[in-house]
Structure formats: C-alpha cells, structure tokens
Design a protein around this ligand. Structure first.
Ligand SMILES: Cc1cc2nc3c(=O)[nH]c(=O)nc-3n(C[C@H](O)[C@H](O)[C@H](O)COP(=O)(O)O)c2cc1C
Length: 184
C-alpha cells in the first residue's frame, strides 16, 4: 500500500488517458474512499453518478462540454466520468449556511472528491477534477430533482503513456501561511 505522502506528492491532473476500461472493482475502491470522508453534521451530502459506458460518456460530453465549455472536450475521451452531486440536508446546509454564511456541502463534496482522487492515484489511475462544464445541462441530462446539486465531474482512467509528471507549480508556504494573526 503506497504511503499517503507519496500519493499526495505524486498526484497530478491527468487529461490524456489510455482507452482501456477501468475495472469496476477499482472504481468502487475509489468511491469507498470518498464514502469515508468527514462532513458537516456527518450529513454526507455527496452522491456519485458514474459513467463508464462510452456511448453515455460521448452523449453527456457533447452536451456539457460544448460552446463556452469546449476547452473541457478532452474529457469526452476519459474511460470514466464521475459526476459529483450533492443532496442538500436541511440542518447542515440550509440552516447552517443561513447562520454562518458557509455552504458546507461544497466543502464536504470537495473532501470526498479528493479522497476519491488520492485513492485512484494509489491504484495507478489518473484523474482530473472538472469544474468548467455546463452544470444546468448536466442536471437536465440526468433529469435530476431540485434538491440535487451538480458540483462537478472527476475524469478517471489509466494515464496515457505520453503523460509526463510535471513539477507542481505552487505558492511558497510563506505566501499562504500566517502565524497567530493576519498582521496588516
Ligand atoms: C474544483 C476544481 C475544478 C477544476 N476544473 C478543471 C477543469 O474544468 N478543466 C481542467 O482541465 N482542469 C480543472 N481542474 C484541475 C486544475 O487545473 C489543477 O488541479 C491545477 O492546475 C493544479 O494542477 P495539478 O492538479 O496537476 O497539481 C480543476 C481542479 C479543481 C480542484
């Protein structure tokens, strides 16, 4: 089992995939990792709609990655698309957000999605979070009820052999961390 530090450091967004399908058992292991994530009030708002049928992926992609969202068309060639949804709970989300101003469900699905992504990395799978897509068309494509929100997609598959792991461009710790106060 790969250690967590190695998995975190090795993960990169992958946008070119080997066309071979991903075993459902492996997809399930990733979903299981997402299931174990923490959430506000333990409300577990995440829902996952898994597309691993190439025809469904093509139809879905032609709707949600078109026009303004055409830069995301690469995702049509991913062997798996996992649509990240949230089913809003009254206490944690509507009441909680009203009081604190924080939409907790977005934090919750973000944590769950990253659990999924890191587990995928540990299994040799590449992933990429997708936020640049037509959320309304995605909702219509699946006929989702109003209480379900579309939060994004995670593309998944075995990385194409041409994928090179670039060094991560990240801000230095000094830029993002302040100790004991904002100090301006
Ligand atoms: C919430 C979220 C949305 C993203 N949306 C997209 C997207 O629509 N298209 C895309 O190509 N990459 C998308 N990304 C991937 C980021 O571009 C990528 O994580 C970032 O550039 C850092 O690179 P790395 O993941 O390889 O470390 C998204 C990432 C996150 C976390």
């Amino acid at each position: 089992m790969a250690d967590i530090r190695h998995v975190i450091e090795a993960r990169r967004s992958v946008r070119r995939f080997d066309p071979r399908p991903v075993e459902r058992d492996k997809i399930r292991l990733c979903l299981e990792a997402a299931r174990l994530a923490p959430s506000a009030e333990n409300s577990q708002p995440w829902r996952f709609l898994v597309l691993d049928d190439p025809d469904r992926i093509r139809d879905f992609s032609s709707r949600v990655f078109s026009g303004l969202y055409a830069p995301t068309r690469w995702a049509a060639k991913a062997p798996v698309l996992i649509v990240i949804l949230a089913e809003l709970d009254f206490l944690a989300n509507r009441a909680g957000k009203f009081i604190t101003g924080v939409p907790y469900y977005l934090i919750d699905v973000g944590i769950a999605g990253e659990h999924l992504v890191l587990r995928a990395e540990s299994l040799g799978l590449g992933t990429c979070w997708i936020g640049w897509m037509d959320m309304r068309k995605a909702r219509r494509f699946f006929g989702l009820p109003r209480r379900i929100r579309v939060c994004g997609v995670i593309a998944m598959g075995y990385p194409d052999s041409s994928v090179r792991k670039k060094t991560k461009k990240r801000k230095a710790l000094d830029e993002i961390v302040r100790w004991n106060g904002w100090g301006e």
